[in-house]
Design a protein around this ligand. Structure first.
Ligand code: GDP
Length: 302
């Protein structure tokens, strides 16, 4: 039930479409499958995945001799569960350090919702009783440091910062050092999302990783990629680019409240096999939820 409000757009549009499809066809035939394929593709489920799902459904329909289109919804859900139910994808839990601060790097292009997500995540962890610090490692985008600082003040947590245009790695170094000294549980680090300068970004992230490891050898414990779900296939392409540049351990899909195309989750899984760990459902600090694949798939089709 917890996704019903936020994912209204995704679920109504997709389920409305397959329900109306079922209502228009008295019998399942080739035209029916063609329309089903189109609906899935328009929902940003990747083309390969659509083929796999539709093939599986066709098989089931033949073997079970199913004629009534109304029975298809449950079959779609079943097939999606089978396809997506692998352990690595289901792990949405944060990999916390056994001892000392857990270091989380946040990456993603400008405008994806990185800063807001850092605030939401910090808030969520605070509510779970953890102490949190943030480091303003995006020294590139004008205003990024102030924006994070404003959130930190609102949350009553410390924000480690340097100068705009300064070396982001030195901010991260200070952050890790202070987080360790202060004994905080989690340090969340902002980074610049300069995907247009891939070599520069890769070097910057490599340096940050190196600097974190100097103080905390097993860090960073997570590198979370923030993707705007409303960008559809572009978001999937972005994720692929980032995955080439650095090791991504999880994805946060933002603006899921503003998209009718929920299929991006499945598309990302299809092309990268990186778990979606959180979804953003609005602009306030409470609008972040742990991603639940089973509920998501069920919500899509009902
Ligand atoms: P950044 O450039 O990646 O740091 O992006 P920001 O955190 O500044 O977010 C860009 C815009 O998207 C801001 O107006 C946010 O309020 C908005 N935003 C972020 N996450 C969400 C979300 O989950 N839902 C909605 N509706 N808006 C969001």
């Amino acid at each position: 039930e917890k996704y019903v409000a936020g994912l209204d757009k995704s679920s109504t549009s997709f389920s409305d479409k397959i329900n109306s499809l079922a209502a228009r066809y008295r019998e399942i035939d080739d035209d029916y499958f063609e329309e089903l394929e189109n609906i899935l593709i328009m929902s940003d489920v990747g083309v390969n995945m659509v083929m796999t799902i539709v093939d599986e459904i066709k098989k089931e329909v033949r073997i079970e001799n199913i004629k009534d289109p109304k029975m298809i919804n449950d079959i779609i859900v079943d097939k999606m569960f089978v396809i997506y139910a692998n352990d690595s994808y289901m792990t949405t839990k944060i990999n916390y350090a056994k001892e000392g601060p857990t270091v989380i790097l946040m990456v993603g292009v400008n405008g994806a919702g990185k800063t807001t997500t850092i605030a939401k995540l910090a808030h969520k962890m605070k509510e779970e009783g953890k102490s949190v610090m943030v480091a303003a490692g995006d020294t590139f985008r004008a205003g990024a440091i102030d924006q994070l600082d404003v959130w930190a003040n609102r949350l009553g947590i410390t924000c480690i910062k340097g100068k705009e245009g300064g070396d982001p790695s030195s901010v991260i170094f200070d952050g890790v050092k202070q987080a360790k000294e202060a004994g905080v549980d989690v340090l969340i680090c902002d980074t610049a999302g300069r995907l247009q300068n891939k070599v520069g970004l890769m070097k910057e992230l490599e340096k940050m990783n190196r600097i974190i490891k100097k103080t905390i050898p097993e860090g960073p414990h997570e590198t979370l990629l923030v993707i705007d779900a409303t960008t559809g296939q572009n978001g999937v392409n972005q994720a692929e680019e980032f995955a080439k540049i650095t090791d991504i351990t999880g994805i946060v899909l933002t603006k899921m409240d503003g998209t009718a195309k929920g299929g991006i989750v499945l598309s990302i899984k299809d092309s990268l096999n990186i778990p979606v760990k959180f979804i953003g459902l609005g602009e306030s600090m409470n609008d972040l939820q742990e991603f639940d694949l089973e509920q998501y798939i069920y919500g899509l089709c009902h």
